[in-house]
Each structure stands twice: as structure tokens, then as C-alpha cells.
Design a protein around this ligand. Sequence first.
Ligand SMILES: Cc1ncc(COP(=O)(O)O)c(C=O)c1O
Length: 504
Amino acid sequence: MPDQNKAPLAEAVEKHHQAGFISFHMPGHKGCAEQYPHAEQLLGQAVFDSDLTELAGLDALHAPAGVIQEAEQLAADLFGAERSWFLVNGTTSGIVAALAAAGNADGVILAERACHSSVTSGFVLSGATPYYLEEQYDEEAGIMAGVSTETLEYAFANCSGVQAVVLTHPSYYGTYSDLRGIVRIAHAHGVPVIVDEAHGAQLMFTGQGIPSAMECGADIAIQSTHKMLGSLTQTAMLHLQGSLIDARRLQHCINMVTSTSPSYPLMISLDSTRKRMAAEGRQVWDANRRRAEQAEQAIRRIPGMRCTTGFRGADGSVRSIEKSRLLIDALPLGLSGTELEAILREQFRIEAEFSDSMRVILLLGSGTSDEHMARLIQALESISAGRAADGSSGREAALRKSAGELFRLPVYVEITPRDAVTAPLEILHPEEAEGAVSAADVAVYPPGIPVLRPGERITRDILDYILRAKEAGLSVHGLIESESGFLLATAQDRQKAMIWNGYF
Ligand SMILES: Cc1ncc(COP(=O)(O)O)c(C=O)c1O
């Protein structure tokens, strides 16, 4: 029985430090924090002491065979995987590696349309062709509600050469699909399921009845341990089970996107977070669920404030939002999500995770306290008291419409993301770009979900959406700003278009 009270990597680094070595190896700071007073003040001597490299007894992340392997195996044991990898460049790197391990230029990968931009990078590295799975949009809640099993069946019936399915579980908004049903269908076709569980490392501890990706039988789950569980930013874990993905190929792909000088402080934080979650995960996440439920009740009593707690899933059933987050809106007070977020930040020193036109999303984590929750509720009460409900239902309707607009835009994949990013670039003004093929991810913030990905046709509707966002002062990533306005990066070589059309 693995001993979850151990933290093999953290203990090995501690032992190395206590042995009193002097350093003639990298890194160059040699543990002398006092030479960098600013960093010493902010990070402390201890970070410099543990910022080691792959020394004897400290193993190697690219070919783990010692304390890193032991630490990863303890993580696999806790999270229900056969094998786990520590990642030092976020879920981002795990997704890219997973797609590269599962797919190649001969096949198709089915992906949820609202997937993270790292999925695009995975398409580029693998060379696979994307087929986007249509997601349900819950008009009433104003959020994406996942992919239905019928949509997946349809995709399998209409695509040949499917190499993997990629899904997000749960989404930023705490919505999710019937992952068990999706895994069952994919496995019936002999196809692996890769789950972007960046927001779901807590699922197995919360007791909310939302199964984790590993519990649903997914082949790969990649979790941003840093987002919810408490390890340092940039850290994540990739979990693997089953035989549909070759572990050796996966190791190779992870190595391709990982520094050969991985940070020991980051890896130690993964090891010690796993240890804490093994010991206290259920308590920590039970407490957070209780906090979220109490906050939902309190918010319901605040005039003009609302909390979205449920959504209509892709299969039509009503489900609870994953309770490690709060989705709060003040639309009855005439405030958009972005405005509410700004008030919380500027007047109450409360930083939310993000906002869209309708609402603010606040994340709870392993460090959330009752005091944090009390301050939030007080702030919302105070905002409400200072503003009368203005009955601006016209504004609410407009904000709701704009929240759903992105998801109504049709997508036309013309060439593969790899062909699009490797084709010669042509930089075009918006008026010339209609009909051209994008060479870049273009995303309006909020919500930050790409409206264009490399290889997709730039349509009039998409250009209008971008223009309206610019006029509204929203930030649009992926454009080239110039004195005469913005420009779009397009793939010049249109010859390749539709060469893989036979897939559909
Ligand atoms: C759904 C989703 N997937 C993946 C990522 C990437 O995670 P990381 O920041 O750990 O690289 C994010 C980051 O925000 C995300 O929201």
C-alpha cells in the first residue's frame, strides 16, 4: 500500500540541502539569495535552497526512475490513474503532448469547440485535422452546457480516421458533459478520450457527485493542480490509464514540450500538494462546498444580486454547477459582469477570476477561508445597497445576447492548424480578409474563447463580431495592431485547402 504521508521529492531535496554541499553546478545563483535582495525579500532563501537541478538522488523529470517516479506514482495512486506525470508548464503542455501522442496527420481529432487554445497547439504538433463537436448553449443560464452523446455519435458516424476525443471537464463556468457516456461511445470505437481537467483536480474530493475524468474511464486527464489544489502556478499533472495511449510515446511527447531544466520548487509543490490532498482533501473540499452553498443562499437575499447554480445539460437534464466557483451577476442593478468585476477590484480589493458580459466568476481553492467569503458577501451587500434596481431589462437582454453571440457563429475549417501556421503569412486588412484562412488564434476577452483558430475561414460574421468587440473597447488577442487599425494574419497558401476533405 503506497504511503501517502510521504513526500519523496520534497524529502530528497531537504536531505540534499542538509548535507551541506557547495554548488559548482547550475543554477548560477548557487543558493545565494542575498545577492538578489528583491527576490530574497519576495521569495525567501528557502526557494533558492530548493532551486536545484538533476543531481544524484534527485532524479530526472524526463526519465524518472527515483524520487520523481515515486512521487508521480503516489499521485497516480491518489488520483486513480495507472501512471501520472508531473508537469512544470501547466495543463497547456499536457494537452499539447496528449494530442501529439494520440494523433497524427493521417487522422481526425474530435474536440469541443470552446476548447482551450492549447488544443490548437496540440493540433499543430500532431498534424491531425480538427472536427469540432457542437456544444449546447443554455440560453437561460447564458453558458455553454457541454457536448451531448448524440453529437458524439453523429461525429463518429460522419468522420473516418478518428484518433481521439478531447473534452473539457468541467468548464470554466463549472458546466460538464455526460463524460461516462462519452467515454463509453469513444471506447466502443476503440478511440481514446483526452480530458482537459484543468479546472477539475478537486472533483474526486468534493463529494458533489460529479465524477472525475479518471473515474469516468477517460484515458488521459490533465489537471491544473495549481488552479484549484494549491501547488505553485505552472504546475499540473497528467494522468493515464488503459492501453489506448502508448505510455512511451506519451513520455516522448511530454519531453518535447518540457524544459530540460525543470524547476524543483515547482515539482516540490506538486509533491506536497498531493500529500496534503491525500490527508485532508475531503475536509478541504467539503468545507468549500459548504462555503459555496452558504454564499449562494446569502447572495439570493441580496437585492439585485444573483447566483447561477444550475444549468440545463446537453442531454436536457438540469444539473448543478460545479461548486468550487461562484457565478454571480448583478444584471437587475444594470451592471454587466465586467462592471461588477471592476467594482469588486477597485472598491473592495477583491480579485475575481474573470468576467463576461453577464457575470463574474470567482474561484474557491484550497486556501479559501470563511473570512474571504464574509468579505465577498459584505462587498456584494454594499454594492447592492448603493444602487437601486433600475429595472433595465433592455440592457440585460442585450448583455445576454452578446454572451451567446460567439457560440452562434458557424465555423469552417479549411486547412489543418499545422498547414495554416506553417504556410507563408499574408497580413490583410479586415476588408480584404473575408474568405481568407486564419493563421492565428483570435479571441475576444471576455470570454477568451477563440472565435478563429488557425486554418479556419474568416467570414463576414466573424469580422463583424471582432469589429463590434473592438468598438466596445474589448481586448482582442491574435490581431496585429497597426496605425491604420488592425490586421489579420492569414495563411497565404490556399492550395492545401480541403485536401483532407475526404474525412467528412
Ligand atoms: C479550460 C482550460 N484548459 C487549459 C488551461 C491551461 O492551463 P494551465 O494554465 O495550467 O496551462 C486553462 C487555463 O486557464 C483552461 O482554462
